[in-house]
Design a protein around this ligand. Sequence first.
Ligand code: BES
Ligand code: ZN
Length: 818
Amino acid sequence: MSTASAKLLAGEDFASDDDLVNDWPSGANQRLENEDASVVPPVRLRLASSKPNRKRQRLHRISSCTAFVFASMACFLGIFLGLLLVLAANEKCNTQLHNDSSISVAEKRVKNISSECPTYPWPELRLPTSVEPVKYTLTIRPNLTTFVSTGNVDIDLNINSRTDLIVLHAHGLNVTSYQITVDGTHINAQKENCEFLGQLAFKLSNAVNQGEKVQLSIRFVGQVSDDLVGLYKNTHYSSDGSKSYSAVTQFEPTDARKMFPCFDEPAFKAVFQVSIERERRHTSKANMALQKTDIVDGQIEVDHFAPSVKMSTYLVAIAVFDFANVTEMTKHTTHPIRVSIHANQDMIKGKADLALETAIKGLEYLETFFKVPFPLEKQDLLALDDFAEGAMENWGLITFRDSLLLYDQNRSTTRSKEMIATVVVHELAHQWFGNLVTMKWWNDLWLNEGFANFIEYFVTDRIFPDWKLMDQFYVENLLPGLFLDGMTTSHAISVPVHDPAEIGGIFDAISYQKGASIIRMFMGLSGEEPFKLGLQEYLEHYKYQNAEGSDLWEILQKHIPSMGDVSLIDVATAWTTQVGYPLVQARLENSGTTLVIFNQTRFLSLIDERTDDRMAHKWPIPIIYKTDSTMQSKTVWMKGNNGRNLNVILPTPAKWVIANADGSGFYRVLYDQAIYHELAKQLKLDHTALSAVDRAAVLYDAFSFVKSGHLRLETLMNLLAYLESGKETDRAPWVVVLGQLRQIEDLIEDPDMIDTFQAYERRLVAATYSNLGWELTESHSDRQLQAEMVAFVCRLELQDCVQSALIRFSDWLVDNSS
Ligand code: BES
Ligand code: ZN
């Protein structure tokens, strides 16, 4: 171990950065600050495979890559730096698990159609557009004893061009009979199905012409499955040990075809008129309000629901259950909307208030913000025991895993309170962004998910302003987005997908977190009011239709004609169609009177992946800067095409600069040594001279640059040193630091090394831990930080923490309502 590193870890004063240059282990990581040349294979577009959602981000498992790199580390600093390398290598191993083939899933499937379905007349993944559905009249009978589901559907079809083939989706369904009529007259047709494609084709004896009225009627048998997709079984275990079943649906992205034959692509919008047969003891729900119930015999009833608004198949939903509910009407909407929370009787008591309050306020806020009335009479929110996702925005019938809907005032955590509110708002935002206006095809999934993710913060912040949710935007969106997008395994926000397996793969940090981050960046650049007016026009113009990214940009551009001298369309196109994001470097010259921004290149975590073609990526980058002498941020553009250096003359000389103020832009900034030195000094002197988000961003970038070999470890440790004083009590920087330290520690195998590293961690956190303490504070974000800090510190076995935890645990054993 070098003396300087040993001193740092032992808590002694920090020597100068220069002392440490020779501590770098041999090999790739030896590259120092501001140097980033390398030679390796071309960047290939591969789909990122990490699980999407920020609510349940996957843990990275340590792989054999880890073990290999470990073996080569010798001294402590070597090991520490090695760990950072391992982390990066490990990230690569994880993100590449599903990407080891050069031929896409879609290409493979298309290649195999002729052997799997030799006589099938439509060997394509996408449906033909010659026929489109107008209205489905669907009756479905999910039997909760046999778990068989039978149904019949009449589909009114529009003929767009003369054809003798009707092709639609059906997967795992047994068609028992069918009939096709043209202007009311029966016509012969031959049925072919290709289970491999999840399709059904009807070859007509005579072609049908444009404008003719065709009806396709199909009877079918399917199942109430066990696999959480299509129409599936939800099992509730009561506290008395008894079991009860319900039937629910999860169709997004491509599983409506498992419940009923349909044109299962988002652009085939139609009206759905649904009837559900059920036992008398059950209730049923669908997207629309109940119109009437027929009694079939003593125990069987059929519920008939109102015809739906025009919508895509992936948003259709039904549910059959015996839940209880809590209901309230909205007051400040165009018409009163009946909002109900449904959950099992023994789960719902006293736990629905938060979701109900958020749903009502959310609907009221969103209706006013988007200026398009919510078109349905009711909005049901359903808590499920068995649910693959976090929540799903089915129009009028939103489904949730129960832990993301039910809040227990006395027992649930502050984090859980925040998650419930944000998830409810997220799914409500989809009722406009996604349901009313839907992406034409899944390549623009981010239009749904990026917007819903942005709005979930923006609107929850308006409904519960004292939670200061926008302060957490950086660590919950930019952090995971920048992480995933710093790999060659990432993909552009707008990405070509064809096969259902590929579609499932893009519900990831790029569509969600990067999508939300660049929307926040655009709104910041254009101003809230013009941006809002643009969104309103977009929703009004495309309601009940489909749109793509460019449709949105064109409308927004009308409201935001210029941002400096760059156009919104150019900016938006660059940021949504190119994979990755830029790394820019910043330094101060001429005695601090000139800010120089230079070297726009794509940031890639792994040195081995940095080929020259990353220079080909160019973005118009809004450099949003502030300095120690001018705290009001200003924006200048570093354009992709006008040379590489940008010189900004500052009105007053600066010691340090923040070049991406409040993490407003989706990029990283690497400062030169002099700036880092001043920043570290500033943090020690008065950290509040930088905003909490600025502190989080500088630290997160610094951790990432050490891992990527752009920055010396000592510079990072020098920045971190201010934490020891215990004055940092904002959550954002701590989320970065605790998360990054934890990741590093998880990779240490050598027990001595763990001890040394933990001693260093204890030193960083101890004072803040004792300042925060255990007593409940009023502030929402302090409470979250308290919990996170206690968890971190107790894991480090700090005596005070362990003792306090044990006392509370004994109290809880005596009185478990505490
Ligand atoms: N539309 C998604 C649900 C979804 C996710 C369907 C993946 C199919 C595949 C929904 O709006 C959503 O984003 N849910 C999140 C929770 C959300 C608050 C981030 C989820 O399920 O993780
Ligand atoms: Zn969503």
